[in-house]
Design a protein around this ligand. Structure first.
Ligand SMILES: C[S@@+](CC[C@H](N)C(=O)[O-])C[C@H]1O[C@@H](n2cnc3c(N)ncnc32)[C@H](O)[C@@H]1O
Length: 281
């Protein structure tokens, strides 16, 4: 779900030549890099992680926390008939689970190739190719919005995304999203013991950028501290209801990049923000 995946590429794509650095990257550059990276890497991502994600499961992150168990969008029984927007849906696995509960999901993603995988897997979920920063929906179109590592870690201006989500939600609507836990930015991206020693400042917000020989970003991730994320949620017009840090379960022996049982038992890997649209009393 983040940059480690890049370096695991066994097929030797063009990005092997990409140099990793920390530098500023604005909205347009980040969006362009994300679209290109996910289009080029969607096949491999789905091959590698498709079985873990399941065609119609709703998994919040590498720990394997399942929405069926967590109920962060509310009780599964209450999803029936609800309009749900999934942002950064990838192959729309979560949306398929939502549809199976009787909800009416719409799966949105920036990457054409990711959405082609959604078509390959099938199902009746409507797919929309768009950027999370400019949602092509009328105000008040959805009861709920969700995102499992989709879009939010990759955008330069998360508040813009949150304001868009707020706009398309109905009053009181819930917005639940997961991201890389901010604490991980202080540690090396390694699943083993070498990934357990602090190597960088948690407070350094400079984006992680991989760039080609011309200096063009081909992959970007943005770091926000936990406090930044809370402030962004509030600035976006939401109330924070819960912040879930899934613990690594004993049944999960599978590594996902640098998310591993070893590290997962010691430090959090995922942060899930449960928010509600704030409305005038
Ligand atoms: C780590 S994947 C998560 C997908 C799915 N939830 C999963 O767990 O496989 C991140 C997804 O976010 C999408 N994405 C990245 N930036 C985006 C943006 N600005 N707007 C919409 N989608 C974006 C990518 O194309 C990719 O499909």
């Amino acid at each position: 779900m983040n940059q480690e995946y890049e370096h695991e590429d066994p097929h030797g794509t063009a990005e092997d030549a990409a140099a990793a650095t920390r530098r500023d990257a604005g909205e347009a550059e980040s969006s362009r890099a994300s679209r290109g990276w996910w289009d080029r890497n969607a096949d491999e991502y789905q091959t590698e992680h498709g079985a873990f994600l399941g065609d119609d499961r709703f998994v919040w992150g590498p720990e394997g926390l399942d929405e069926a168990e967590a109920g962060l969008l509310g009780p599964a029984a209450a999803l029936k008939g609800r309009d749900v927007l999934e942002i950064g849906a990838g192959a729309a696995q979560c949306s398929r689970w939502l549809a199976a509960q009787g909800a009416r999901p719409v799966a949105l993603d920036l990457s054409h190739r990711q959405l082609q995988h959604a078509l390959r897997i099938g199902g009746e979920v409507p797919l929309v190719e768009a950027d999370a920063g400019a949602l092509p929906f009328r105000d008040g179109s959805f009861d709920l919005a969700c995102s499992a590592y989709g879009a939010v870690p990759f955008v330069a201006d998360p508040v813009r995304v949150f304001r868009e989500v707020r706009r398309v939600l109905r009053p009181g609507g819930r917005w639940v999203f997961s991201v890389t836990h901010p604490i991980r930015w202080a540690f090396p991206d390694e699943p083993g013991p070498e990934g357990l020693s602090v190597a960088a400042s948690y407070f350094d917000r400079t984006p992680y950028v991989e760039q080609d020989e011309e200096g063009r970003a081909v992959y970007v991730e943005h770091h926000r501290t936990l406090g930044d994320r809370v402030r962004d949620v509030v600035a976006g017009g939401f109330r924070l209801v819960d912040l879930v840090e899934p613990e690594w379960p004993s049944w999960n022996s599978q590594e996902w990049g640098s998310w591993s049982p070893l590290r997962g038992n010691l430090i959090p890997g995922t942060a899930i923000f449960v928010c509600e649209r704030l409305d005038e009393e």
